[in-house]
Design a protein around this ligand. Structure first.
Ligand code: DX5
Ligand code: ZN
Length: 215
């Protein structure tokens, strides 16, 4: 069964408590929390104070996706805010291995996100040190975009690398995931599905989460 990680970026921020409660009552496994700085990506979302408050509203895994420049300056702060999984972008890190070590040293799972143009081959030498690879299946910055089909090939290549290197790393797919394309994403080898619009813009978000979980 896939891990389902609804993205709160598509939640109603005026009713955040209600949307957290909805996820708590659903079969969602993780809360996916998208942090954008207006520099690494052309959008600004939310940051530390919101995540600290969401932390008090759930016992589920808080999966924090940092779309920020110089994430190394904020690793401790996101730990303190309650992150369980902390994902940094490979494109934002000069010293990726060091950042992974810092994240794990603080007791969090370490995630590495790759933009659509970034080759999974870049992870070959450190795949055993990573807990989650987040393959961006849209250009990061906004919810509600269309899935980039070449992602499927990247999943297959990454899965082979993980198996070849005997890594325990999980593959997370982020962007444009729908009930229609999720089966082929899972078939290619994904473990975690992020879904923003598909969940929160649906008539019955809990049923949509259950449907994703059942795939
Ligand atoms: C995009 C974010 C995603 C986004 C996904 O930059 O990283 O997590 O919220 O939203 P959907 O599922 O609507 O594409
Ligand atoms: Zn994300």
């Amino acid at each position: 069964m896939p891990i389902i990680a609804p993205s709160l970026l598509s939640a109603n921020f005026l009713h955040l408590a209600a949307d957290c409660q909805l996820l708590n009552e659903s079969q969602a496994d993780w809360f996916h929390l998208d942090v954008m700085d207006g520099q690494f990506v052309p959008n600004i979302s939310f940051g530390l104070p919101i995540i600290s408050q969401i932390r008090t509203a759930t016992t589920k895994v808080c999966d924090v996706h940092l779309m920020i420049a110089q994430p190394e300056h904020y690793i401790q702060a996101f730990k303190d805010a309650g992150a369980d999984v902390l994902t940094v972008h490979i494109e934002a890190c000069h010293h990726l291995h060091r950042q992974i070590q810092q994240i794990k040293h603080l007791g969090m799972k370490a995630g590495v996100a790759l933009n659509p143009h970034t080759s999974v081959q870049l992870l070959n030498d450190i795949i055993k040190d990573i807990d989650v690879v987040c393959l961006m299946s849209v250009n990061p910055g906004f919810g509600g975009q269309h899935f980039i089909p070449q992602t499927l090939e990247k999943i297959t290549t990454l899965k082979q690398m993980i198996q070849h290197k005997q890594s325990q790393c999980l593959i997370e797919i982020d962007g444009g995931v729908t009930l229609e394309n999720a089966p082929s994403i899972l078939k290619a080898g994904a473990d975690i599905l992020v879904a923003g619009n598909t969940v929160f813009k649906s008539a019955d978000p809990k049923a949509t989460i259950a449907a994703l979980k059942a795939l």
